[in-house]
Design a protein around this ligand. Structure first.
Ligand code: ATP
Length: 332
């Protein structure tokens, strides 16, 4: 397997080093191709990613991604948004299954997945910035809705056979199309569905997270709801994601480059390591994926944790502790 490795910026580099330490412990025979792209490259060359980078990434089977800074500069185009479009990674799968050993801010137990449309909506990239007005075009297409709804339904078939469709169709005409297509696809697949307005969803997710299983929504709503979900699942440092298309896949923690803690060696590497676990599941390496999951549980149970979880260990100390257990497990 040929893996594109994109550490990116800020803590992206630190959690990628941690992730690769755990990958080393699995002793697989993958080929790794490093792509140094992102804001750092933009500062040096005024180009965060080149066409050549994209072509090289497309030649790989999948991508392990750290995090890339997106500055509030109108000349800078988000690298991740571009990659999602270029590789047509239309489904962003974000599982929120709290780890057994992590103390949650709410008393409820829950286990849900956000399936976020990843290539259109408010992140269409069609924007105009004038002196006194600015416009962003929100694109919702039949094809975009159909394929994300199919993805959500196929995930629901492996879980509780139900989806929650999240939209704002009472105000946004584009969301009536999203909602209606999701309903049609759910009916066709024999999946139970309910629909919820995004503002109600933001409220319900805090009060009754146990009510949800597969949640399907549009790009911006999925982005925002995921950070809320991360807060109730123990923090951004614990939450992984997969960006899946028909021909490519990219795995990344849902957090960003966290400039506030970058360079201190204190970032929690677990979200990135769980993203590696999602990559292994995607490529059929289930035994290896399970070994990572159980190593994380054991390490957290022995109180080897980073600062965000109340611990005092560094990013690499946590990663090495996980890697040691993974190595032991895969030797036996
Ligand atoms: P970006 O501009 O790249 O999106 P950001 O700081 O706006 O970065 P995040 O990186 O998602 O957004 O960080 C939000 C908050 O969560 C920050 O306070 C950050 O320190 C914290 N955080 C994010 N990831 C981690 C992590 N892996 N470990 C510990 N804290 C984290």
């Amino acid at each position: 397997m040929k893996l594109a490795i994109i550490p990116g910026d800020g803590i992206g580099r630190e959690v990628m080093e941690a992730e690769l330490t755990v990958l080393d412990a699995l002793c697989l025979d993958e080929e790794r191709i490093l792509f140094q792209i992102g804001y750092g490259k933009w500062e040096r060359t005024k180009s965060a990613i080149t066409d050549e980078d994209i072509a090289g990434i497309k030649e790989c089977n999948c991508v392990l991604f750290g995090a890339i800074t997106t500055p509030p500069d109108p000349d800078y185009r988000s690298v991740l948004v571009r990659l999602r479009k270029e590789l047509d990674l239309y489904a962003n799968i974000r599982p929120f299954t709290p780890l057994k050993t992590v103390k949650l801010p709410c008393a409820k137990t829950f286990d849900f997945v956000i399936v976020r449309e990843n290539t259109e909506g408010m992140y269409s990239g069609i924007e105009e910035l004038h002196k006194d007005a600015a416009y962003t075009t929100r694109i919702i297409t039949r094809n975009g809705c159909q394929r994300i709804a199919e993805r959500a339904c196929s995930l629901a078939k492996e879980r509780k056979k139900q989806i929650t469709i999240v939209h704002k169709a009472n105000v946004l005409k584009s969301d009536t199309l999203f909602r209606d297509i999701c309903i049609d696809v759910a009916k066709k697949n024999g999946i139970l569905y309910r629909e919820t307005l995004v503002d109600t969803m933001a409220y319900e997710m805090i009060l009754h997270p146990e009510k949800f299983d597969v949640i399907v929504t549009t790009n911006l709503f999925g982005d925002i709801l995921s950070d809320e979900a991360a807060a109730i699942a123990g923090g951004l440092g614990l939450c992984p994601s997969a960006n899946i298309g028909d021909h490519h896949a990219l795995f990344e923690p849902i957090h960003g480059s966290a400039p506030d803690i970058a360079g201190k060696g204190i970032a929690n590497p677990i979200a990135a390591i769980l993203s590696l676990k999602m990559m292994l599941e995607w490529s059929g390496k289930i035994k290896e994926a399970r070994s990572i999951e159980s190593a994380i549980d054991s390490v957290l149970a022995s109180r080897i944790k980073t600062h965000d979880l109340g611990g005092t260990y560094t990013t690499m100390e946590v990663a090495k502790a996980i890697a040691e257990l993974v190595l032991d497990k895969n030797k036996n």
